[in-house]
Design a protein around this ligand. Structure first.
Ligand code: ZN
Length: 445
């Protein structure tokens, strides 16, 4: 079993030291949490988005006045709520007071000095050799946060129209998806999207949840608002399904990297390889519908999960472009093969760092930050060219498998409940059923 020690990020004021259980007591636990003790009768704002084929929510931006919205943009509502929590002093420090600079050079890596983020916590042991781990209700999870940390519920609208309710009951049966603050923000508006929070899903991508994350990017409609995902083994610290998101008013260096097109799938999703960037990865964009992009990326992520390959995902350009970055750094670290320089800087190369936003804990590292340093640190995280091509082969095999059975999209969400073996056998059987009776299938069997 491979583990690494590091300081976990405190994302909620209710997150305790490892080993300390939140200790649920009946009849209201005093934390006003999302569990049985406190959820009855609770209300939260609800933003219900319109499911549709759109890639960007142009109808928000066009301002044609065809419909009246209590909030003109999800964007402004989210930030208003976030600032409200800032006034209520729910954050552990004032991120707007953290020094930030663009490191000189063609890529424009962004360095932030954040000395407060990792204070007052003891290092914790994380298992890094398993991307899929079962949910453990005894550990911190998002049902234990206080309701004041939740900004709103984020759901697909039932009647197909965008709707907003300032005070909506929490439908426990249907386990709402919620947006919560991250009490250790690394930028303005740092939030967590927690799909179907009460279902207590472990940290793993499934089709439905990834589509939800793309919808959030599209609904916010602000290119400075990106969502990110870290798998277990790739610097996720909480094994309860969540995406992160925040505003950064600058392009991420990875967004500026050149791309080499590999292929365009039948559904219009274009896949490219990131070039001239320290971390190797794939870029997915386009598709006839938002769902096409979501399905293809989800298939790729599920493939990585089933093959136990840690990865990070960045959702950029209002949900139109997705970066997928397999990585191996935690394993390197556990095996004692990581460079002392990176260990020394205590940089956790999660999605934001890999994308080029470096959160540094020591003033010295901040002051001496250079493009060369940033590049060298990130290059440590990347798969080798050889391994990357092997991983790509797995991904493309998985995508073409799913592509053959696109009529099964609706079943995709169920895959999360299945073991990799089950998924494989299902794929195998569905593939065979398509070609039953042909000599080729007999050979396959
Ligand atoms: Zn409670």
């Amino acid at each position: 079993m491979l583990t690494v020690k590091r300081v976990p990020t405190v994302v909620s004021n209710y997150q305790k030291e490892e080993g300390e259980d939140g200790g649920r007591r009946g009849g209201g636990c005093g934390r006003n949490c999302l569990q049985k003790c406190c959820i009855e009768g609770a209300k939260l704002p609800l933003y219900a988005f319109k499911r549709g084929n759109k890639i960007v929510s142009d109808d928000w931006a066009s301002g044609d006045g065809n419909f009246e919205q209590p909030v003109p943009f999800l964007d402004s509502f989210l930030l208003g709520e976030w600032e409200n929590r800032m006034q209520r002093v729910l954050f552990r420090y004032d991120v707007t007071a953290c020094e930030t600079k663009v490191i000189p050079g063609p890529y424009g890596f962004i360095a932030q000095l954040n000395e407060g983020r990792h204070l007052k916590k003891r290092p914790t042991e994380f298992r890094v050799d398993k991307v899929l781990q079962p949910f453990d209700g005894k550990k911190f999870n998002f049902t234990k946060v206080g309701q004041e940390e939740i900004l709103f519920q984020f759901e697909a609208s039932e009647d197909g129209e965008t709707q907003f309710f300032a005070n909506a009951p929490i439908d426990v049966e249907n386990s709402p998806s919620v947006v919560a603050i991250n009490v250790s923000p690394i930028e303005y508006g740092h939030v967590l999207l927690i799909p179907r929070v009460l279902e207590c899903l472990p940290q793993r991508i499934d089709h439905e949840s990834f589509l939800l994350a793309l919808y959030m990017a599209a609904e916010a409609g602000n290119p400075y608002f990106r969502l990110g995902y870290n798998s277990l083994g790739a610097f996720a610290t909480i094994n309860h399904l969540h995406f992160q998101a925040y505003y950064l008013e600058a392009p991420f260096p990875i967004e500026k990297a050149p791309m080499k097109k590999i292929t365009t799938l039948d559904d219009g999703v274009k896949i490219s390889e990131i070039m001239n960037y320290p971390v190797r990865g794939l870029v997915f964009e386009g598709g006839k519908m938002l769902q096409d992009l979501a399905n293809t990326v989800s298939d790729a992520c599920i493939c990585l999960q089933n093959n136990n390959i840690p990865y990070n995902v960045l959702i950029a350009d209002c949900g139109k472009r997705v970066f997928l970055l397999p990585q191996c750094y935690a394993e390197k670290q556990a095996l004692g093969e990581a460079s002392p320089e990176l260990l020394d800087a205590q940089v956790n190369p999660a999605v934001w760092e890999i994308s080029g936003h470096m959160v540094l804990k020591r003033k010295k590292d901040y002051e001496e930050a250079s493009e060369e340093n940033a590049w060298r640190l990130l290059a440590e995280v990347s798969l080798s060219e050889e391994r990357f091509q092997e991983v790509n082969a797995l991904i493309f095999e998985a995508i073409s498998y799913s592509g053959n059975s696109s009529e099964n999209d609706a079943e995709g969400a169920d895959i999360k409940h299945q073991t990799p073996e089950e998924v494989d056998s299902i794929k195998e059987s569905s593939k065979c059923s398509v070609v039953t009776g042909t000599p080729k299938c007999l050979v396959l069997r």
